[in-house]
Design a protein around this ligand. Structure first.
Ligand SMILES: Cc1cc2nc3c(=O)[nH]c(=O)nc-3n(C[C@H](O)[C@H](O)[C@H](O)COP(=O)(O)OP(=O)(O)OC[C@H]3O[C@@H](n4cnc5c(N)ncnc54)[C@H](O)[C@@H]3O)c2cc1C
Length: 426
């Protein structure tokens, strides 16, 4: 049975950064990814748009590499958070290079299908993957669940939450599309400096072409001149961990994209050369399981701008709950808009119900509303980096993550800004 020190499940923004950080801090690290590429939503989801881009650590290195490869398309700072756009295809190579240089062993096309505890039930001991090689068992000292859906934690029997606290309903999924034949920085929506107004403009254009899109805030990101990425649909009522429903949402989303492209092309003029080049290999899943950790971030923490003695990064992005059905809009239950910059405590990355398991990215421990803010990729990557560093430290000191004293690692965490005043001493 292959054995490593840190095993990271899922190679999205959180998983890649976790694996690179763990390997750089001395741990023999295995990264398992179910698709044929690294990057998660950035590449497989065709959404290379970093919100709350943190200007430190691995994200800064990533940006530098993308600049060197002429793949960095834009960067700007809004009132809420820093944002950066990249070419998704080049990002795949850059992430592979980062992993190779750090010494991470990567296995693609392999899905973690189950997780198993030690005989006394206290510790996560093994995960099993399914792939062309059949079922393979992997042992590690510390596992990091970066699957976005919390697949490892759920299979290991950890408690989790999913969806709205009363109904369990999840935010809609969106299928992204790569289009050619349209767009320069001088054309709308890119020339419209107000983000909201650019979406209104695009919505009216799609409607003018005869289609009313399921997402009322359609967006385009400029990759290169004449090449754009579009997000214009919402698939309502589906749930991340349900294969049948994801498939249905994918088919519906793809069909709507074609209708939108045809509607825009029918307008002629600036739209006449618009072509659909690709739909994203995987539909974008905004939310799924949130595995219970030693601390569960709450809406109230964000409203207060809470800082913690074990804060691993600072989040600036707003509450961003997408409508749960076609008739409502953003801002559910009166929770909407800006947050006070708040910290993610390390405890939210450490599983409560089993030793040897951490979470990184959107499956960390938080409530429905808090998740809508910290899920963005700038934060997911910073969280991943912190998880990797903690896991490597746990390995080297023979502890489990929950036993690590934060003061032993805080100087190694690039995104951990020591707060002048800590609200939390727990
Ligand atoms: C439509 C949409 C638009 C968004 N817009 C933005 C935006 O503009 N900017 C922004 O910063 N964020 C945006 N977000 C939020 C952000 O994309 C996610 O929250 C982010 O992907 C979190 O990163 P992650 O690494 O936790 O998860 P993911 O990116 O989902 O990565 C998870 C990885 O794990 C792999 N995986 C899953 N299950 C398994 C398994 N069992 N075994 C092995 N591998 C597995 C997946 O293939 C994937 O590579 C958007 C999300 C969606 C869905």
């Amino acid at each position: 049975m292959p054995r490593c020190e840190v095993l990271v499940a899922g190679g999205g923004p959180a998983g890649v950064t976790a694996a690179v950080a763990a390997a750089r801090h001395g741990a023999k690290t295995q990264l398992i990814e179910s698709s044929g590429m690294l990057g998660g939503i950035w590449t497989n989801g065709l959404l290379p748009h970093f919100i709350d881009y943190q200007h430190r650590g691995l994200l800064r290195e990533l940006r530098r590499e993308l600049l060197l490869n002429d793949a960095h398309t834009s960067e700007w700072r809004s009132d809420i958070a820093s944002v950066a756009d990249f070419d998704p295809e080049i990002l795949k190579f850059v992430l592979e290079k980062m992993c190779a240089e750090a010494g991470v062993s990567v296995q693609l096309y392999s899905r973690v299908s189950s997780a198993h505890r030690s005989s006394d039930g206290s510790r996560l001991e093994t995960v099993v993957t399914e792939s062309k090689s059949g079922a393979q068992a992997w042992q590690a000292h510390t596992f990091i669940d970066a699957t976005g859906d919390g697949d490892v934690g759920a299979s290991a029997g950890c408690a989790f939450d999913i969806g709205h606290p009363e109904t369990g309903q999840c935010q809609p999924m969106s299928m992204m599309a790569l289009l050619s034949g349209y767009g320069t920085p001088q054309t709308p929506p890119f020339s419209i400096s107000d983000w909201g107004e650019s979406k209104d403009w695009l919505l009216e254009e799609i409607r003018r072409g005869g289609h009313d899109p399921s997402y009322s805030r359609p967006t385009m990101f400029l990759v290169h001149d004449g090449c754009v990425i579009m997000m214009a649909n919402h698939q309502y009522g589906y749930s991340g961990p349900d294969a049948a429903l994801i498939g249905q949402a994918t088919t519906e989303g793809r069909a709507e994209i074609l209708r939108i492209v045809r509607a825009l092309r029918s307008l002629g003029g600036r739209w006449k050369n618009l072509r659909l080049q690709a739909t994203s290999p995987h539909i974008g899943i905004r939310e799924s399981r949130r595995i219970h950790g030693l601390y569960r971030l709450r809406k109230d923490d964000l409203m207060r701008g809470r800082r913690f003695h074990d804060g691993v990064c600072t989040v600036r992005f707003c509450f961003d709950v997408h409508a749960l059905d076609p008739h409502s809009n953003k801002g559910i239950d009166g929770v909407e808009g800006e947050v006070k910059p708040y910290q993610i405590p390390l405890r939210s990355l450490i599983a409560r119900d089993v030793s040897g398991l951490m979470m990184a990215g959107r499956c960390i421990s938080g409530d429905f509303y808090a998740h809508s803010s910290y899920r963005v990729t700038g934060d997911a990557a910073a969280i991943g980096e912190a998880a990797g560093i903690t896991a490597a430290h746990a390995v080297s000191t023979g502890q489990y993550p929950h036993q690590v004293n934060f003061t032993e690692i805080e100087d190694k965490l690039p995104n951990s800004v020591k707060p002048e005043k800590q609200d939390d001493e727990g």
